[in-house]
Design a protein around this ligand. Structure first.
Ligand SMILES: *Cc1c(COP(=O)(O)O)cnc(C)c1O
Length: 365
């Protein structure tokens, strides 16, 4: 663990970053200068490459947290008379619904329980019943529970129906092997402070160029207009329309270098998987149970049930924080849970230390 961080973040983002990523922020840039703009375009190119070998895609960066990029996508790419089909099995699916409703976009919802994966056959039937649907949106890893949703299967189904597929891969992109092709995605959304291990400040949308080109004038928001942002980045050689998070972008470029140095997405996925397996085995040995069966799990974050009805989460949290570990509250509706993330600059040795700390805290309470 770095000496200059008071505790390790075992959360779904912002994550524990490396010192070198944080150090990359010690430089000011002008948003009008070629040094910065070429850095932006380099980041865009590298993100596109992480998602596909094909030239059919481009990447647009958007100010704000990940939700701003989800809202920019939903608000910009659905035609004025379009209809969004939302697959919802958790808080982030629900958020996509809320965004569409707030923007007065017609929606069809395929709702599933938080602890169950979306049923592809049911989605197929609903899509047949709703020819008015133009786009389908879903979350890849539903960070509410840690469930890995069957995005590739749903994406293939969406394509059989001839619709466009929007994937919120916020908490998996960079940390799990996936591509625009493997998920049949037309728009894939993630942000700087998740598995690429940058710091917060912007999100990004990897988009099929031919689909993005059609969207001129559709955006329901000025600042979150994905098409305009794209056009400005293309025409201006990496310029953003409004003040951009310059320090965050430089840190992100460093984080991309470090992703490569680690051995790319495959190596990072192996580390996250090792973290998560070690965590679950150790927690079970300490008497905790996971909310989900192992078969539904992502390596990103894990929900654990409260061990007893009288379990005091706040006390548990404070005791762990005093031992340099910050965990995350639960978000599931029908069960008392807490969550532990296994992404970021976190390694199996850190998980061992965490388990020791949890062992101490458990015996004490
Ligand atoms: C983190 C996350 C988001 C975005 O959340 P912000 O708080 O806006 O960064 C969206 N979807 C999923 C699945 C996430 O994990």
């Amino acid at each position: 663990m770095d000496d200059d961080i008071p505790y390790l973040l075992l959360t779904p983002g912002p994550l524990t970053t490396t010192r070198s990523v944080r150090q990359a922020m010690l430089r000011d840039y002008s948003t009008w200068d070629v040094d910065y703009n070429s850095l932006v375009n380099d980041v865009r190119r590298r993100l596109t490459r992480l998602a596909s070998d094909s030239d059919e895609f481009t990447t647009v960066l958007m100010q704000g947290s990940g939700t701003f990029s989800v809202e920019a996508t939903v608000g910009s790419v659905i035609p004025p008379d379009g209809c969004l089909f939302v697959v919802n099995n958790g808080a982030y699916g629900k958020r996509i619904m809320a965004i569409a409703q707030r923007l007065q976009i017609a929606t069809v919802e395929a709702a599933f329980p938080e602890t169950e994966p979306p049923d592809v056959a049911a989605i197929d039937t609903l899509l047949r019943q709703h020819p008015e649907v133009t786009h389908v949106a879903m979350v890849h890893c539903e960070t509410t529970t840690g469930m890995l949703n069957p995005a590739a299967e749903v994406g293939a189904c969406v394509k059989r129906h001839g619709k466009q597929f929007i994937l919120d891969a916020m908490s998996t992109f960079g940390g799990m092997a996936l591509s625009m092709e493997s998920e049949s995605a037309d728009f894939l959304i993630s942000s700087a402070n998740k598995c690429v291990q940058g710091v917060p400040g912007f999100g990004f949308v990897i988009a099929r160029k031919t689909e993005l080109e059609r969207t001129e004038g559709w955006a329901r928001s000025l600042s979150l207009d994905l098409y305009d942002q794209w056009q400005t980045m293309e025409a201006g050689g990496g310029k953003w329309r409004f003040t951009s998070p310059t320090h965050t972008v430089r840190a992100f470029a460093q984080a991309l270098d470090e992703l490569e140095q680690e051995g790319g997405v495959t190596a990072r996925q192996q580390r996250y998987t090792a973290n998560q397996r070690r965590l679950v085995a150790g927690m079970r040995a300490l008497g905790f149970e996971t909310l989900l069966p192992d078969t539904l799990h992502s390596p990103i974050i894990t929900s654990f049930l409260f061990p007893t009805a009288s379990f005091d989460f706040q006390q548990f949290y404070d005791d762990l924080k005093a031992r340099r570990f910050v965990i995350y509250p639960g978000k599931v509706t029908n069960a008392d849970t807490f969550r532990i993330g296994t992404i970021g600059n976190v390694h199996p040795a850190d998980i061992d230390e965490l388990l020791n700390a949890i062992g101490e805290v458990r015996t004490a309470c």
